[in-house]
Design a protein around this ligand. Structure first.
Ligand SMILES: N[C@@H](CCC(=O)N[C@@H](CS)C(=O)NCC(=O)O)C(=O)O
Length: 193
């Protein structure tokens, strides 16, 4: 399998972390998404959505969208338990991540890192929605170690990717001890793979 990704992208981190955690062999193809390499005719011919991450399987089939990819890679593993309801609880987090977290937390990280803009120039509604998303996570993690099960699942990997860098988007994490504890647990688990 080839993983097309940008090392600076949290969406791509999700795929890398999942593959590494499962010990799946892959070739990493670095694509500079900030400087238009996802928009070349060659890339678009393979991946019409023009984004990373994307994967190309050994038989030539391709798949895009970080959460679709990690769901495919993790099938049959503890990261995505077989039980239908357990999977649905993980999906609940994966959809929420794209709709209510990534658009705001990741966007502000990009604003202050790739674009080099100041904290003061962040869009107010994105800051507000990002704070709300982090508050939700903090509450959810106040009485559990992992987001969707009693062990690390894809829900944790998907949310960890950008939450670990939320401070780089100007979000204050010192008052969010449960998220910080969970980040440390995710790091420990992923680094021990
Ligand atoms: N919903 C997509 C978002 C992917 C995405 O936003 N990729 C960015 C990098 S993080 C990208 O490829 N940007 C370059 C472009 O859109 O041309 C996913 O989860 O995979």
């Amino acid at each position: 399998m080839k993983i097309y990704g940008d090392v600076l992208s949290g969406n791509c981190d999700k795929v890398r972390f999942t593959a590494d955690q499962l010990g799946l062999p892959y070739e990493w193809v670095e694509i500079d998404s900030v400087h238009g390499r996802t928009r070349t005719p060659e890339y678009l011919a393979k991946f019409p959505q023009g984004q990373v991450p994307a994967v190309e399987l050994d038989d030539g089939r391709t798949l895009a969208q970080s959460n679709a990819i990690i769901r495919f890679l993790a099938r049959g593993s503890a990261l995505l338990p077989d039980d239908a309801f357990a999977q649905a609880k993980i999906d609940e987090w994966l959809f929420w991540e794209q709709n209510s977290h990534e658009m705001f937390v990741a966007n502000m990280i990009g604003h202050m890192t790739y674009k080099g803009q100041s904290k003061e120039t962040r869009e107010a509604f994105r800051v507000e929605r990002g704070e709300k998303a982090l508050d939700h996570m903090e509450r959810q993690l106040s009485n559990r170690d992992w987001l969707a099960a009693d062990h690390m699942t894809l829900a944790d990997i998907a949310l960890f990717a950008y939450t670990r860098n939320a401070h780089k988007g100007g979000f204050e994490m010192s008052g969010r001890p449960h998220i910080r504890k969970w980040i440390a647990a995710c790091e420990q688990q992923l680094h021990s793979a």
